[in-house]
Design a protein around this ligand. Structure first.
Ligand SMILES: *Cc1c(COP(=O)(O)O)cnc(C)c1O
Length: 398
């Protein structure tokens, strides 16, 4: 292996070769059941034929121009996104963190456009993950991502998840610009904000002219069982960051907003070289049309229902291994008793099941949205055997 990569990743000892649907093969030929899927990015699994076709067709036509020209695919995907959401306008990016960056800038610029440029305070929550740009790490304020990177950026504050009084006080602050939150936390341990809290947040923010930014980079695009996770609560944000499954594995992000919230984003206010390029838009459109369908969303709800029931069963039988089952739809978190990193390793090496880690000693299951019932059964069997293995290891160590 080359020693020339920046050492920022703790990589699993698995060299990947190819994938198909929920299966991933290593270069040594080992087959895995992939319930990570690029951390909830491959919404349609690996190598979906519709996406392959879209890439091939567009690759022969046009890859990249620049946003100084009109890009029909961009307008079409923006139409699809706004038809199916609260939003009126879209800015395309290449990643989740850039979508978050655009959301943060849009919120501050809104208040500046309203003649209140001093209104810059943005409140995030503990356990949040918004990506790795300076804006995103400051908004999430996870010390392990901010330490050593210079002074904290001005105007970013953190709230404790579930502390309603602190949230109310923050929203009432005269310089509060926006609240940023994942309706269902991903990296932070799959905590879902209760619907009643999301509705309460909307009411309070409306009273004080504060904008709501949802980071649906991970929980959006069908993963929760609705296209957007906040739909379950029957409310909507002003601005939303989307990415991951938006491109079905191709790097695309988007910042969605209402016309009102985006009023400060006028000519010259923001931009991107690669954002919204024709190749990305072609794949994005194909992925969006496939995912925004009764077939996929119905499947998410059916499979999620099965998995949830089975996982609760496992929790009952293995209280010494599984402490809690969390999440929404196919964004599933298991809070564990044994170390989550070790458990992931056992699942991978002994059962050839790939699962992701998460905060709060969780592991995450993020299977493709088109996972079949047979594959879901297989995942449960593999998890059950991993729980047995974890139990016998704990006994041997005692
Ligand atoms: C992955 C993720 C991001 C960052 O996306 P990148 O494409 O890695 O920049 C932001 N927010 C959430 C909720 C995520 O899960």
């Amino acid at each position: 292996m080359s020693g020339h990569l920046m050492g920022v990743y703790n990589r699993a000892p698995l060299e990947v070769d190819r994938g198909r649907g929920a299966r991933l093969w290593a270069t040594d030929g080992t087959e895995y059941l992939d319930c990570v899927q690029g951390i909830s990015t491959n919404g349609l699994g690996h190598a979906h034929p519709v996406l392959i076709e879209a890439v091939k067709e567009q690759a022969e036509k046009l890859w990249h121009v620049s946003n100084i020209f009109k890009i029909p695919g961009q307008e079409e995907l923006a139409d699809r996104l706004t038809e199916s959401s609260f939003a009126d306008v879209v800015f395309f990016t290449n990643s989740g963190t850039e979508a978050v960056e655009c959301a943060l800038k849009t919120a501050r610029k809104y208040h500046a456009a309203n003649g209140q440029p001093e209104r810059i305070d943005i409140y995030g929550f503990d356990g949040a993950f918004h990506g790795r740009t300076y804006g995103a790490i400051n908004a999430a304020a996870n010390p392990s991502y901010t330490e050593g990177f210079g002074p904290k950026m001005q105007g970013f504050h953190q709230l404790k998840w579930g502390d309603h009084e602190a949230l109310k006080a923050a929203i009432a602050e005269p310089n509060c610009a926006a609240i940023i939150v994942e309706p269902v936390q991903g990296e932070g341990g799959c905590r879902a904000m209760p619907d009643v809290c999301l509705r309460g947040l909307r009411e309070l923010c409306d009273q004080h002219g504060v904008l709501i930014i949802f980071d649906e980079v991970q929980c959006g695009m069908g993963r929760s069982g609705k296209l957007w996770a906040h739909e379950w609560a029957g409310m909507a944000p002003d601005i939303m960051a989307v990415a991951k499954a938006l491109g079905g594995g191709f790097p695309i992000g988007a910042c969605l907003a209402t016309t009102e919230a985006a009023k400060g984003m006028t000519v010259g206010a923001h931009g991107s070289t690669f954002g919204g390029n024709p190749l990305a838009m072609a794949v994005g459109l194909a992925a969006f049309n496939a995912i925004n369908s009764d077939a996929i969303l119905g499947n998410v709800n059916e499979i999620a229902g099965y998995l949830k029931q089975q996982l609760h069963g496992l929790k009952e039988r293995f209280p010494d291994v599984i402490e809690d089952v969390r999440g929404k739809g196919l964004l599933i978190g298991l809070k564990l008793v044994p170390n989550n990193r070790e458990f992931m390793g056992w699942a991978r090496d002994e059962q050839h099941l790939l699962i992701a880690g998460g905060g709060d000693n969780c592991v995450r299951m993020l299977p493709p949205l088109n996972l079949t019932l047979d594959e879901a059964r297989e995942a449960i069997e593999k998890l059950e055997r991993t729980c047995e293995s974890a139990r016998s290891k704990a006994k041997a160590a005692a």
